[in-house]
Design a protein around this ligand. Structure first.
Ligand code: ADP
Ligand code: MG
Length: 407
């Protein structure tokens, strides 16, 4: 059986020009051979870790900066070259363990992963966390060796599971007789330092390395090198790289965003059968990426915030704007329908501010003369998209009848 419309799609796809020489190069997981504008951070981390080439224990390092400022790339890059160097010099290799706390996000799982790296299998749950830690210590101490532990996005571990692992790891060297541990902590959250126990902080950040946002011109250099590897010659309209760099610099100097813009623009151009990537493809890519980012942020909201957002969605049906009072009334009804605790109006007001900051709604204070001031709130995103995202949450699905006016 042949499907004519599909056939057409496939044919068009095959005959369209290919713009990408190597798409993988433009993905965030790719680590390039050169990292322009990060020489200073690279040298600093490199010289601290170099201690281990002469048998010393490197100081703990703490790296921080906003997302897309090259922290993960630089740390992985330096570690790879460090290991290569030990092989070249035929000296004992450090055990390098890289843990991404966005994925391995509890104390138990981090410690059991460390055990696993040392060849010690543990049950997925069941043991008390401190017992897992003791197992890790005794296994590691079987030999004289250095373990470099990278905890990437460590702020997420702390938020989700508390500071047990960090606390224990920062003082583990006092328990070890033969082995040694060096820590490299990486955080995207600049406030991380505020909520860390000062003792843990001072020991984790013996050396502190800041990753500032990239400027537009730095982003241009980064993009140019990647574009050369990723795209065929001449397929990028000259203004494309400048535009990607300018947009990402406005965001917060985020190289990941700049690369995403370039890759998605290329994909859009290719899908369209365009022989070149044009400025308008970048603008379209920006819209798509922003919608994706917003969608992910909505999916990740806690239930109470989703209910507030849902109340705003419902309240803004007839009139375009809604007042805080209306929203609170609707919110209360939703809570009772779902049998969840109702927060105070004050707290809901805070949640509304958060939603505003996340760019999901616009809240404006309006003066009503002698009646005082009120806030007018409106959605800052397409209603259909919001509706779809909210109903992805099974707890909110039940409220569909409420929307139809059945309940
Ligand atoms: P962070 O960990 O700070 O969020 P990453 O290290 O993951 O940021 O970098 C995001 C993306 O940008 C990755 O694809 C990375 O390769 C790229 N990148 C960041 N800095 C540079 C740089 N100086 N040169 C080349 N690519 C870079
Ligand atoms: Mg990172």
């Amino acid at each position: 059986m042949s499907s004519k419309p599909l056939d057409n799609i496939f044919e068009r796809y095959i005959s369209a020009p290919t713009l990408f020489k190597d798409r993988e190069v433009l993905r965030p997981t790719y680590i390039p051979e050169r990292l322009p504008h990060r020489e200073e951070q690279m040298e600093k981390i490199g010289s601290i870790l170099a201690t281990c080439l002469k048998g010393g224990t490197p100081s703990n390092i703490f790296c921080y900066g906003k997302t897309g400022t090259g922290k993960t790339a630089v740390v992985k890059y330096v570690l790879k070259h460090l290991v290569d160097k030990t092989r070249e010099l035929k000296i004992k290799e450090p055990i390098v363990s890289y843990i991404n706390c966005a994925i391995v996000d509890t104390n138990y799982r981090v410690l059991s992963q460390l055990c696993e790296i040392l060849g010690e299998k543990l049950p997925l749950t069941g043991l008390p966390t401190d017992e897992v830690f003791n197992k890790f210590v005794s296994k590691l101490d079987e030999e004289e060796r250095l373990m470099i532990i990278v905890l990437d996005e460590v702020d997420l571990l702390l938020k989700k599971s508390g500071s047990f692992t960090l606390y224990e790891l920062t003082r583990v060297n006092t328990m070890l007789k033969r082995a040694r541990v060096s820590l490299v902590g990486i955080s995207n959250d600049l406030r991380f330092k505020d909520y860390l126990d000062p003792r843990v902080l001072s020991s984790l950040s013996e050396e502190e390395i800041v990753f500032p946002p990239y400027t537009a011109s730095e982003l241009k250099d980064i993009l140019r090198e990647r574009a050369e590897l990723g795209f065929f010659e001449g397929v990028l309209e000259p203004a494309v790289i400048n535009l990607c760099a300018a947009l990402a610099a406005r965001e917060h100097g985020d190289a990941r965003r700049a690369l995403d813009l370039l890759r998605v623009a290329g994909e859009l151009a290719e899908r369209e059968g365009s022989p070149k990537v044009l400025e308008r493809h970048v603008r379209e890519a920006k819209k798509r990426i922003e919608a994706d980012v917003l969608s992910d942020a909505i999916r990740a909201l806690p239930l109470q915030s989703k209910l507030v957002l849902y109340a705003i969605y419902l309240s803004s049906r007839e009139t375009l704007d809604a007042s805080t009072g209306e929203i609170y009334n609707t919110y209360q009804r939703l809570c009772s329908l779902l049998n969840v605790d109702t927060l105070t109006q004050r707290r809901v007001s805070d949640l509304i501010n958060e939603l505003d900051m996340l760019g999901m709604i616009n809240a404006a204070v309006i003066s009503r003369g002698r009646y005082g001031r009120t806030r007018r709130i409106r959605l800052a995103m397409p209603k259909n998209l919001l509706r779809k995202l909210l109903y992805e949450d099974y707890r909110l699905k039940e409220l569909r009848n409420f929307e139809k006016g059945v309940l």
